[in-house]
Write a protein that binds this ligand. Structure first.
Ligand code: NAD
Ligand code: ZN
Length: 362
C-alpha cells in the first residue's frame, strides 16, 4: 500500500545481524528543525548492504534500522526552509557533526563526532521506504537527473570519486596507468571518473565476463584477465595506482603484484582480505590506503560530472517487492552495474520494466 505522510509505511530493515532483510510497517517519519522529509524516488543497492546483513558478528550500528544508503528523492517537507519543497535531491550519506576537527578541515567523511551510526541506511533509517527524513545539510541538488541515475552517484559515484582523488597525486603529468579491480556498482563508475578527471590509461579486470564489457563501455582502455593486465603493464614497470573494489586476499595480492615502485594501493572493497605489510614484501615506496566514502562537496562535483554526461551509471530498476531477491543476486554475484529500487513501484516483479543504460563508445 502506498502511504502518505502522517500514516505508516513499509520499510526494508536490518533487524538482526545475520538475519534476512525484513519488511516492517513503521510510522512515516516527521522532520524536525534542521531536517527534511523526502519522498524517496530511487535507492541503489550496495554490496555493503550485503556485508551488513550477512555480518556474523553484531556490527557497531544498533538495530533495527531501515536499509538503503544510496538515496535520491523529492523534498516534501522542510520545516526550516520551505523553499526546498519540491526539489529533486540526492543525499550525502555520512551525517557528519560539522564541528569536529576533521569536519572543520573539510574531511567530513572522516568525522569523529558523529557517534557510531554513519547515516541513513548505515545505523540510521535509510531510504528503502516510501519516505525518509535526512539532515537538511545532507541534501545536494540533483535537478535534471533521472532518479535512477542520481541515486548511484551518492555512493557508487562518490566513493569512486574520492578513491580516485586519493590516488591523484601519485599520477605522473603524462597520465600514468591505473588499474581497477572489480567493475561492479562502484568499479564501473570509477572507470568513468578516471576517464573524466585524469589523463591516465585505465586498465580493468573482473571475474565476471560481462563486467569486462561494462568496463569497455565505461571507457577503460584495456580490459582482461590479471595476466592480460600484467603483460600490458610490464614494459612500463607496473601501475601507478591500483583501485581495488573487491578487497579480498586475492585482489589485494593482485594489486601489489601489478603496482610499480612508488605506486598507490587503494583498497575500497570490504572483502575482508589482508595484506602482508612488510618492507621488502611490497614494491618500494608503495602507499596503501583504505578510503571511506566522500564529502558532500565531492558529491556535488560528482553530480556535476553526471550533468555534463561524463558519469552515466548503468542501472537496472526493480520494484520495492523485489528487494530480498535483489540482495540475493548481489550476494551470488553477476549483477551488472547497479540495482536501483523505485519504492513507488510495488507489486509483481518488474521484469519488463528493467532498464539498462548503455554508454555508447567513449
Ligand atoms: P558489486 O557486487 O556491485 O561489484 C563487485 C564486482 O567485483 C563485481 O563485478 C564482481 O564480479 C567483481 N569481483 C568479485 N570478486 C572478484 C575478484 N576476485 N577479482 C575481480 N573481480 C571480482 O559491489 P559494489 O557495490 O561495487 O561494492 C564493492 C565493494 O566496495 C564492496 O565490498 C562494498 O562493501 C565496498 N564499498 C566500500 C565503500 C567505501 O567507502 N570504502 C563504499 C561502498 C562500497
Ligand atoms: Zn555503499
Amino acid at each position: 500500500m502506498v502511504s502518505t505522510p502522517g500514516g505508516t509505511m513499509a520499510a526494508w530493515r536490518l533487524t538482526a545481524y545475520g538475519a534476512p532483510v525484513s519488511l516492517q510497517e513503521v510510522p512515516v517519519p516527521v522532520p524536525a528543525e534542521g531536517e527534511v522529509l523526502l519522498e524517496v524516488t530511487a535507492v541503489g543497492l550496495c554490496h555493503s548492504d550485503v556485508h551488513l546483513l550477512d555480518s556474523p558478528e553484531p556490527m557497531a550500528f544498533d538495530v533495527p534500522f531501515t536499509l538503503g544508503h544510496e538515496v535520491a528523492g523529492t523534498v516534501v517537507a522542510a520545516p526550516g526552509d520551505p523553499a526546498l519543497v519540491g526539489r529533486a535531491v540526492v543525499v550525502h550519506g555520512v551525517w557528519a557533526c560539522g564541528t569536529c576537527d576533521r569536519c572543520r578541515s573539510g574531511r567530513t567523511n572522516y568525522c569523529t563526532g558523529r557517534g557510531r551510526a554513519v547515516g541513513g541506511g548505515i545505523g540510521r533509517d535509510g531510504g528503502l521506504a516510501r519516505y525518509a527524513v535526512v539532515p537538511v545539510g545532507s541534501v545536494v541538488d540533483a535537478t535534471g537527473l533521472a532518479p535512477e541515475v542520481a541515486a548511484p552517484l551518492t555512493d557508487g559515484g562518490l566513493t569512486s570519486y574520492h578513491a580516485v582523488a586519493t590516488a591523484a597525486d601519485r599520477l605522473p603529468a603524462s597520465g600514468g596507468r591505473v588499474v581497477v579491480i572489480g567493475v561492479g556498482g562502484l568499479g564501473h563508475l570509477a572507470v568513468q571518473v578516471l576517464r573524466a578527471t585524469t589523463a591516465a590509461q585505465v586498465l580493468a579486470t573482473d571475474t565476471h565476463p560481462p563486467a569486462l564489457d561494462l568496463a569497455t563501455r565505461s571507457g577503460a582502455h584495456v580490459v582482461g584477465t590479471p595476466d592480460d593486465l600484467r603483460a600490458e603493464l610490464a614494459p612500463h614497470g607496473g601501475a601507478d595506482a591500483v583501485l581495488d573494489f573487491v578487497g579480498a586476499d586475492a585482489t589485494i595480492a593482485l594489486g601489489v603484484d601489478l603496482l610499480g615502485p612508488g605506486g598507490d594501493l587503494v583498497v575500497v572493497g570490504s572483502g575482508g582480505g589482508s595484506l602482508d605489510f612488510r618492507k621488502g614484501a611490497l614494491p618500494q615506496g608503495v602507499r596503501v590506503s583504505a578510503p571511506f566514502w566522500g564529502t558532500a562537496e565531492e558529491l556535488a562535483a560528482v553530480v556535476a560530472l553526471a550533468r555534463a554526461g561524463h558519469l552515466v551509471p548503468e542501472v537496472e530498476v526493480i520494484g520495492f517487492d523485489d528487494v530480498p531477491a535483489a540482495y540475493e543476486r548481489l550476494r551470488r554475484g553477476g549483477v551488472l552495474g547497479r540495482l536501483v529500487v523505485d519504492p513507488r513501484h510495488t507489486g509483481p516483479p518488474a521484469g519488463s520494466s528493467v532498464t539498462t543504460r548503455g554508454q555508447g563508445g567513449r
